[in-house]
Design a protein around this ligand. Structure first.
Ligand code: UD1
Length: 361
């Protein structure tokens, strides 16, 4: 009998990391996938361009929840998704990561009695100020199948004795990274100033305009000292709090597609970010990174100083200067702690075996 699987997504990184899993799952003759898009991200350049570029050609239902207050956002997605699941009665719901969409969809599965799969399970920042830390902990404890992507994540789940079945797979983001990178042009060799890549969207960095300005001033100062221009694709949350004029070495651009992001990274000497996924894209692109956060879920990227964590603008100045003066080395011989680019295949295999065995919590 055909098994229906609802795959829930709400934000652009979930879509990037889920694209190949959805394609592969849907190509299984025994499975039919429905993409359930919550509407957490909704602008053309935050959502539609990714749907087109990633060509996820499966049946899609949109909840169109346009809510930025977290509690109301979660409540509205939970209500809308529960109705869809009740009507559809799928065999399972899959969610990825730790966003408010992932949490709400997981709760909807729990409350409608549908089995839940959590992909990217076991990540922990141990920072309880982060909404994502609340979300991922709850999801891990209600999922029937947990697919985790790194040795550290596996250990976290073992320590917490989660009730579901845990399977380690490679990172599906790496599949999409490899697929998209293959089609990219060679790095720019023209005579422009060297470039850095800058992204900021976390509440703790961008919601206070004065703090945001102090981060941007530091980045601009280092750029001037080292003769570096910054490419700065701006998230809608950040745009609201930008100063009227930015220092001249920061080139503000609209949010980039995944392909454009990887191309910009490839042409950069350094990445400064507070994103989660970009830390891994930079690592795989051999671009040293300074992450403006007190912690990271991707601790494997920190080895050899390839990624450094900072919080205060003064630490940021020191870390960026030090990376530009003495860049860390990347070597393909180091391998990747995140698998070999077959994570989506491994995810689909684990999900279909689990569905066949009819396991649930
Ligand atoms: C969310 C995720 C974060 C992820 C990030 C990727 C949570 C708690 N956080 O953070 O883990 O790294 O997505 O980008 O789920 N907005 C728009 N247009 C859009 C999208 C957002 O204007 O297309 C505005 C929203 O109205 C809101 C703000 O940007 O005011 C923040 O959006 P939200 O989705 O709540 O959180 P992110 O910061 O994007």
């Amino acid at each position: 009998m055909l098994k229906r699987v609802v795959y829930g997504v709400g934000t652009r990184p979930e879509l990037i990391r889920s694209a190949q899993i959805c394609r592969l799952l849907d190509s299984d003759p025994d499975i039919k996938v429905t993409l359930l898009a919550t509407g957490q991200h909704y602008d053309e350049d935050m959502w539609d361009i990714f749907m087109r570029e990633l060509q996820v050609d499966v049946e899609t239902i949109s909840l169109a929840v346009r809510q930025s207050d977290p509690a109301r956002q979660i409540a509205e997605i939970l209500t809308g998704a529960s109705q869809v699941l009740t009507d559809m009665q799928p065999r399972a719901v899959c969610v990825f990561g730790d966003t408010n969409s992932s949490l709400s969809l997981a709760l909807a599965a729990l409350k409608t009695g549908i089995d839940l799969v959590h992909i990217e399970a076991g990540c922990r920042s141990f920072d309880f100020r982060m909404q994502e830390e609340h979300n991922r902990r709850v999801i891990d404890h209600i999922a029937g199948l947990l697919l985790c992507l790194s040795p550290a994540a596996l250990k976290n789940l073992q320590r917490e004795q989660v009730p579901g079945r845990v399977v380690r797979i490679g990172d599906p983001q790496m599949d999409e990274f490899q697929r998209t990178s293959k089609a990219l042009d060679a790095p720019d060799q023209d005579g422009d100033l060297p470039r850095g890549f800058l992204t900021l969207h976390r509440a703790e960095n961008v919601d206070d305009p004065n703090h945001l300005l102090s981060i941007l001033s530091v980045v601009a100062d280092v750029g001037q000292i080292f003769g570096l221009r910054w490419t700065f694709p701006v998230h809608p949350r950040t745009r609201k709090n930008l100063p009227a004029t930015l220092p001249g070495v920061i080139d503000l651009v609209s949010p980039l597609s995944y392909r454009e992001t990887l191309l910009a990274l490839r042409n950069s000497r350094i990445c400064v970010t507070d994103s989660g996924g970009l830390q891994k894209d930079a690592y795989w692109s051999s671009v040293p990174t300074v992450t403006v956060r007190p912690s990271t879920e991707w601790i494997e990227t920190l080895a050899g100083g390839r990624n450094r964590l900072v919080t205060h603008p003064i630490q940021l100045f020191d870390a960026v200067s030090s990376v530009l003066r003495d860049p860390p080395r990347f070597s393909s011989a180091d391998g990747s702690p995140y698998g070999t680019g077959r994570g989506a295949e491994e995810a689909v295999l684990a999900i279909s075996e689990w569905l066949d065995q009819g396991e649930s919590l």
